[in-house]
Design a protein. Structure first.
Lengths: 370, 399
C-alpha cells in the first residue's frame, strides 16, 4: 500500500506539470489583447472604436513609461506589446516569438517555483500588504474550506437517508417522487437561487432582512465563545450553503439508492433472509452498512467538483474565497496568481482522488492496489 | 442453378429491428421522455421563429398598393440556415426511409446517411446564401409608420427590439396584453429577450456539445481501439485537461478574446474545446470493450480497412453513452452559459443577463422570474430526457 501511495504521489508530478503548462500557454497565447482585456476589466464593455482608441493611447504611453504589468519576469523575454509591428507579414514571426517567449516564461516560472517563489500578483494584496500569491491563497482557503465542509456534511446527512429510503421502497411512490424532486432541485440554476435568496432573505434586499450577505463572521466575533462562534458562522453561511447544497442531493442520493439496491440483491442478503431474520435487521444490520462504505468514497471524490461549483456561489455572494479570487485573477490577467490558483486546484483534485482510492481500499477489503 | 431465397419467416423479419428503433420504442413508452421531447421541440421552434413571434419588422407590408415582405430582408443568412436545419431535422425520418434500400444494400445505417445528406444540404444552402446574398438589416421604423400602411402583419408581439433612450413609459412595465411578460428596465419586451435567450441557449447547447462530443468520439475511438502508447499518451493529455478547472479556461479565454469576435461563438468554441474529456472517456471505455468482440475480429478477418471498421462497426456500437452524456451535457452547457452571462463575462442576449438585472432590480420579478423559469425548464427537460435515454439504452450505464 505504501509503495502504491508513493507511486501515485510521484505520478502527480508530471500531471501537475502538464496542467500548469497548458494553463500558462493558454493565458499567454490566447487570441486577443491583454491591454484591451485590461480596459474591459476597468471600464466594462465599451464599443470597439472607443476601445481601439484607448488601447492605442495606452500603447503609446507604454512606449514612454515603464509598466510593471509588461515588465513582469513571468512574461519572459517578449518585446513589449507596444512595439509590435502590425500587418499580416509579421504574423508568423510574431507567433513564433510569442511561443518562444511563453516557453521561456514557463521555464522561468518553474525555476522560481522550485525555490518556493510564486511570483507576485499584479493586482491583489493580502491583508498585510504582501503580493505573494501563496499568502493571498492562505487567507482565502479557510473561507472556501469552511463553506465546502459545511455543505458536504449537509449533503451527506440529507441525501443518504433519502437515497436509502428510495431503495428500500423501490418503485413505490416515495422512490418515484424523490427521484423527480431531486432532479428538479438539481435543475434549479444556482444563479436563480442566489438572486432570490439574497433579494428576499438577505440584508439590504427587498424582503425580510434575515441573513447577512457578505463576510463569514460578525464584527468582533472573537469574543463570542465557542457556541456563539458556531452560531454566528452558520448564520453567515446559511444562504451560500443552501446554494451549494441543494444541487448536490440528487447525485449522491442516486448513488446511495444504487448502492443499497446492489447490496439488497447480494447473496448474503438472501442468506440472511433465508435464515429468517426480520426485514429490518436484514436491511439495517447487513445491507445498509455495506452500502454506506462506498458512499464515503463518493463524498471524497465529490469534493473537487463542489469546490469548482463554489466559484459561482462565491461570486454571487461576494464571499472572499479562492473561487472569487480566481475569477478576479482571470479577469485582470494576473498570471502569477492564476498559476498559483491552478496549482492549488490541481493538487486538491489529485489529492482527493488519491484519498478516495485509499478509502475505497480501506473500506472494502476485496480491493487491493499493488 | 439455385439462388438463395430471402427469408420470409415473419418471426425473423420482426426481430431484425435496428438498434435505434429498439431504443426509440423503449423511449416512446416513457411519458417523461415524450413530454421532454415535446418541450425541447417547442423551445427549438420558438428559438428558430423568434423574429416572427416578437419584433418590430412586419411579415407583410402594403403601402400605397406596393406589397413587400420586410422580414425576409431582415433575416440574416445564419437565421435562414437555422430554419432550414430545423425543418431538415424534422424530415430526417422521411429521408431515412427514402434512402433505406440503398443503405441496406451497402450495409449502412439509413439514419446516418440521412444525417449526412441533410448536413450537406444545409451547408450548401448556407454557403450559397453567404456568397449570393448581401446581408443588411433594414429596420425601417415600421412600428412608428404602422398607420401609413394599408395592411401590416406584424409579429405576434409587435415590439421594438432596441427601444431608444426616450422609451421611459415602456420601462419596467408589468405583464400586460401588449407585453405578455412585461418589459425590463431598458424598456425591452421580456418575451422578446426570452426568445432570443432561447436562441443563445439552444445554439450553445447543440453546437458546443456537438463539438465536444465530436472531438471526444474521434480521440476516444482512436485511443481505445489502438491502445498501446497512443492510448497512454492520450490518457495523460486528457487527465491534464480534466484537472484544469474548466471555468478557469473559459474565463481566461473570454477575458482576453479580441473584442471583434462575437461573444456567442467564442463561448460556443470555448465550451466545445473544453468539453471533450467526458465523451473521450466514455468512447475509450466502450472501444476497449468492443475491440475484443467477435464481430470486430470477423470484420478484420474479412480484410476491411481499419478506418471503415472503426467508422461503421466499432464507433456506432459505442455511441450509447455518448448520446446519454451529450443530453446531460446540453443541460450543463445551458447552465454554464447562463452563469457566464450572469457574471457579466459575455454579452449575449441571454437568460443569465436577465437574471443579473434582477439582482439590482428585484421588483421586476416578471423579467428575472421568466428567465429563471426558462433556464429551469430547459435544464430539467434535458436532464429528464437524459435519464430516460439512459434507462432505455441501459439502466446500468454509469453516467
Amino acid at each position: 500500500m505504501k509503495t502504491y501511495i508513493l507511486k501515485r504521489l510521484l505520478l502527480m508530478i508530471p500531471t501537475l506539470l502538464g496542467v500548469t503548462m497548458v494553463t500558462y500557454f493558454i493565458v499567454r497565447l490566447a487570441p486577443g489583447d491583454p491591454i484591451e482585456a485590461m480596459i474591459r476589466n476597468q471600464s466594462g464593455n465599451i464599443d470597439p472604436r472607443a476601445m481601439k482608441e484607448s488601447a492605442d493611447k495606452i500603447r503609446e504611453r507604454l512606449g514612454l513609461i515603464e509598466y510593471h504589468f509588461l515588465r513582469d519576469p513571468l512574461f519572459g523575454t517578449e518585446k513589449s506589446w507596444a512595439q509590435k509591428p502590425a500587418g499580416a507579414w509579421f504574423w508568423c514571426a510574431d507567433a513564433a516569438d510569442k511561443v518562444a517567449s511563453a516557453a521561456v516564461g514557463y521555464v522561468n516560472w518553474g525555476r522560481r517555483l522550485a525555490v518556493g517563489d510564486f511570483g507576485e500578483s499584479i493586482k491583489f494584496r493580502s491583508s498585510e500588504g504582501s503580493r505573494n500569491p501563496l499568502l493571498l491563497l492562505k487567507e482565502r482557503i479557510p473561507v472556501t474550506g469552511t463553506l465546502n465542509i459545511i455543505a458536504e456534511v449537509l449533503i451527506f446527512v440529507i441525501a443518504m437517508p433519502v437515497g436509502f429510503a428510495a431503495a428500500r421502497y423501490q418503485g413505490r411512490w416515495f422512490d418515484r417522487a424523490s427521484s423527480f424532486v431531486l432532479l428538479a432541485l438539481y435543475s434549479i440554476p444556482v444563479i436563480l437561487a442566489g438572486t432570490v435568496l439574497i433579494g428576499y432573505l438577505g440584508k439590504g434586499g427587498s424582503g425580510w432582512h434575515l441573513f447577512p450577505v457578505a463576510n463569514l463572521h460578525s464584527f468582533g466575533y472573537e469574543k463570542f465563545g465557542w457556541g456563539g462562534y458556531i452560531a454566528d458562522l452558520l448564520w453567515h453561511t446559511a444562504l451560500p450553503v443552501i446554494c451549494l447544497v441543494y444541487g448536490g442531493f440528487a447525485y449522491l442520493a442516486k448513488m446511495g439508492r444504487a448502492s443499497l439496491l446492489e447490496n439488497l440483491r447480494a447473496d448474503y442478503v438472501r442468506t440472511a433472509r433465508a435464515k429468517g431474520l426480520p426485514e429490518e435487521q436484514v436491511i439495517y444490520r447487513h445491507a445498509l452498512r455495506n452500502s454506506l462504505l462506498p458512499m464515503i468514497t463518493m463524498m471524497v471524490l465529490a469534493i473537487p467538483s463542489l469546490i469548482g461549483g463554489s466559484v459561482i456561489v462565491e461570486t454571487i455572494f461576494s464571499i472572499q474565497g479562492t473561487g472569487l479570487l480566481l475569477v478576479d485573477a482571470a479577469k485582470c490577467y494576473d498570471l502569477a496568481l492564476l498559476m498559483a490558483e491552478t496549482l492549488l486546484y490541481g493538487v486538491m483534485t489529485l489529492l482527493f482522488l488519491l484519498i478516495g482510492d485509499i478509502l475505497y481500499a480501506w473500506a472494502d477489503p476485496r480491493v487491493r492496489y499493488e | 442453378m439455385s439462388s438463395v431465397q430471402p427469408t420470409t419467416d415473419p418471426l425473423l423479419a420482426a426481430r431484425s429491428r435496428s438498434y435505434g428503433a429498439i431504443v426509440w420504442r423503449q423511449l416512446s413508452r416513457r411519458t417523461t421522455a415524450m413530454v421532454s421531447l415535446a418541450v425541447i421541440f417547442v423551445l427549438a421552434l420558438v428559438a428558430v421563429l423568434a423574429p416572427f413571434i416578437a419584433g418590430e419588422v412586419p411579415i407583410l407590408w402594403i403601402e400605397k398598393g406596393e406589397i413587400s415582405f420586410p422580414i425576409f430582408h431582415y433575416l440574416t443568412n445564419l437565421e435562414y440556415a437555422g430554419m432550414l436545419a430545423f425543418v431538415l431535422a424534422l424530415l430526417l425520418p422521411v429521408t431515412a426511409r427514402l434512402v433505406r434500400p440503398g443503405a441496406e444494400r451497402a450495409a449502412d445505417s439509413p439514419l446516418a446517411r440521412a444525417v449526412l445528406i441533410h448536413a450537406a444540404i444545409c451547408a450548401a444552402v448556407l454557403l450559397a446564401l453567404v456568397v449570393l446574398r448581401t446581408e443588411e438589416r433594414r429596420y425601417g421604423f415600421y412600428l412608428e409608420r404602422a398607420a401609413q400602411a394599408e395592411t401590416a402583419w406584424f409579429p405576434l408581439v409587435p415590439t421594438p427590439r432596441y427601444p431608444g433612450y426616450d422609451s421611459l413609459p415602456l420601462r419596467d412595465n408589468p405583464p400586460s396584453w401588449q407585453h405578455p411578460l412585461g418589459t425590463d428596465r431598458m424598456g425591452q419586451d421580456v418575451l422578446l429577450l426570452i426568445l432570443y435567450g432561447a436562441r443563445t441557449a439552444m445554439t450553445i447547447g447543440f453546437v458546443a456539445v456537438g463539438i465536444g462530443s465530436g472531438i471526444g468520439v474521434v480521440l476516444g475511438s482512436v485511443s481505445g481501439y489502438f491502445g498501446g502508447w497512443i492510448d497512454l499518451l492520450m490518457m495523460r493529455i486528457t487527465e491534464i485537461f480534466m484537472f484544469i478547472p474548466r471555468i478557469v479556461l473559459i474565463i481566461i479565454i473570454l477575458a482576453v478574446k479580441p473584442s471583434g469576435l462575437s461573444d456567442l461563438w467564442s463561448v460556443v468554441v470555448v465550451l466545445g474545446l473544453t468539453g471533450w474529456t467526458d465523451p473521450y472517456r466514455y468512447m475509450r471505455a466502450e472501444l476497449l470493450r468492443i475491440r475484443g468482440e467477435d464481430y470486430i475480429t470477423a470484420a478484420r478477418a474479412l480484410g476491411i480497412p481499419t478506418w471503415r471498421l472503426l467508422l461503421r462497426h466499432a464507433v456506432p456500437n459505442g455511441m450509447a453513452p455518448i448520446l446519454v452524456g451529450a443530453t446531460f451535457g446540453i443541460a450543463g452547457a445551458v447552465f454554464l452559459e447562463a452563469s457566464l452571462a450572469f457574471l457579466n463575462l459575455v454579452q449575449t442576449p441571454s437568460w443569465g443577463e436577465l437574471l443579473n438585472d434582477g439582482r439590482q432590480h428585484l421588483g421586476t420579478w416578471w423579467a428575472w422570474g421568466a428567465a429563471g423559469a426558462a433556464i429551469f425548464i430547459t435544464v430539467l427537460v434535458y436532464n429528464l430526457l437524459g435519464e430516460a435515454v439512459r434507462d432505455a439504452i441501459d439502466p446500468k450505464l454509469k453516467i
